[in-house]
Design a protein around this ligand. Structure first.
Ligand code: KG4
Ligand code: ZN
Length: 337
C-alpha cells in the first residue's frame, strides 16, 4: 500500500509518499519561517494563504520524486488536527478533494499521533509498548503507548508547551522567531554560571508540566544581570538545562509508573541536542532504550502523516466525504488499530 501524506497544521507544508513495503519514497517540505519572522510568531491567516500557494506544487514534486503516478497511490492522509483551523482546512480540503477525484480513500490524521509514530520511520524503530514524551510548539505530554491508537495521556502541560516556552524565552532574549533552535544555539556557548533555575512541578507527585514560571524566572534573571553576549548565553544555558532536567525527571517517574523501559521522544523540541544527550544517558543508566526521529522528522513533516495514515488505512479506517479540520482533538480519543 502506498500513501500520499499531507501536513499543513501550522507553518510547514510537508508532503510525502510512504509505501509499506519500500518505506519512505519521497518527502518535500516548505517552511514558512521567513514569512512569519517579521511578526515574531506565526500569523494564522498568512500561514493558510501560503499553504494554498505551496501545496499543489509540493504534491507534484513528491509524486515525481517517488516515481509514482496517481494509479500507484492507494490513499491520501492529511493532518485533520490539532492545529490552526485555516491551515488545517487547506490540507483537509486538498487531501479530501484529491482523494474524491482520484477515487481513493482518505484519512484524517492526528498531528500528535504523527509525531509519536515518527521514530517508526527509522531503521531502529521501537517496539510497543513504550512511553512517549511529545514535546512540540503546541503540546507537551507523556503518553503510555500500547499500540497504534492505544494511548493513555499520563501528563501534560498545564500552561505553555515546552516549545512555546523556548520560543517565548528566546523572544525575551531578543532572538528571532523561531526561537527554540536559536536559543539552543546560544545556550551551547554558555558556561555553568551558578544560576539556580527552578525545575517546575518536580517537588510534588504527578506527571504534569508547567513552563510559564521558567519564562518569568528568565526575564527576572536577564533584568538583574549585565547585558553582554556571554551572560545571555549563560542564562540561555541555565534555562535549557532547567527545561531538559524537568522533562527528564518526569520521564523517569513515568517509566517507573508504567514499568516500561523504552522511551520515544518526538516533536520539535526532540531536535534539542541537550535533551537528546540527557535522555540517552538517563536511559543507559536505567538499562533502557531511547528512540528519536532523525532531526528533520522531529519538527513538522509530511512523512509522519503518511506513515500514520497508512497504518489507519490498512486497518480499514477512512474519512467520510465532508471536509473537516479539528483544531482541538484529545489524543486519547483516537480509535485503536
Ligand atoms: O513539532 P513542531 O515542528 O511544531 C508543532 O507541532 O508545534 O515543533 C516546533 C517547536 C517550536 O516551538 C520550536 O522552537 C521547537 O519546536 N524547537 C526546538 C528546537 N528545534 C525546534 N526547541 C528547542 N531546541 C531545538 N533544537
Ligand atoms: Zn508538530
Amino acid at each position: 500500500m502506498r500513501v500520499l501524506g499531507i501536513e499543513t497544521s501550522c507553518d510547514e507544508t510537508g508532503i510525502a509518499v510512504f509505501d509499506d513495503e519500500q518505506g519512505l519514497l519521497s518527502h518535500a517540505l516548505y517552511s514558512q519561517v521567513k514569512l512569519h519572522a517579521d511578526y515574531g510568531g506565526v500569523v494564522p491567516e498568512l500561514a493558510s494563504r501560503d499553504h494554498v500557494r505551496k501545496i499543489v506544487p509540493l504534491i507534484k514534486q513528491a509524486l515525481k520524486e517517488a516515481n509514482s503516478s496517481v494509479d500507484d497511490i492507494d490513499g491520501i492522509a492529511f493532518t485533520k488536527g490539532p492545529g490552526l483551523i485555516g491551515a488545517l482546512l487547506v490540507g483537509a480540503c486538498v487531501g479530501r478533494s484529491l482523494a474524491y477525484s482520484w477515487d481513493k480513500p482518505a484519512i484524517g490524521v492526528h498531528h500528535m499521533e504523527g509525531h509519536l509514530l515518527a521514530p517508526m520511520l527509522e531503521d531502529d524503530a521501537p517496539e510497543f509498548p513504550f512511553l512517549a514524551l511529545l514535546v512540540s510548539g503546541g503540546h507537551s505530554m507523556l503518553v503510555k503507548v500500547d499500540g497504534i491508537g492505544q494511548y493513555e495521556v499520563l501528563g501534560e502541560s498545564v500552561d505553555d508547551a515546552a516549545g512555546e516556552a523556548f520560543d517565548k524565552t528566546a523572544k525575551l532574549m531578543g532572538l528571532d522567531y523561531p526561537g527554540g533552535p536559536r536559543l539552543a544555539k546560544l545556550a551551547s556557548k554558555g558556561v555553568e554560571a551558578g544560576y539556580k533555575f527552578p525545575r517546575p512541578m518536580t517537588d510534588k507527585p504527578g506527571l504534569n508540566f508547567s513552563f510559564s514560571g521558567l519564562k518569568t524566572f528568565t526575564a527576572n534573571t536577564i533584568a538583574a544581570e549585565p547585558d553582554d553576549e556571554q551572560t545571555r548565553a549563560n542564562i540561555a544555558r541555565a534555562f535549557e538545562e532547567a527545561v531538559v532536567d524537568t522533562l527528564a525527571i518526569k520521564c523517569k517517574r513515568a517509566l517507573k509508573l508504567t514499568g516500561y523501559n523504552r522511551l520515544v521522544v518526538a516533536g520539535g523540541v526532540s531536535a534539542n541536542s541537550r535533551l537528546r544527550e540527557n535522555l540517552a544517558e538517563m536511559m543507559q543508566q536505567l538499562n533502557g532504550e531511547v528512540f528519536y526521529p532523525r532531526g528533520e522528522f522531529c519538527t513538522d513533516n509530511g512523512a509522519m502523516i503518511a506513515y500514520a495514515g497508512l497504518q489507519r488505512l490498512k486497518a480499514g479506517q477512512t474519512e467520510d466525504l465532508e471536509v473537516k479540520g479539528q483544531p482541538r482533538w484529545p489524543l486519547d480519543t483516537l480509535e485503536a488499530v
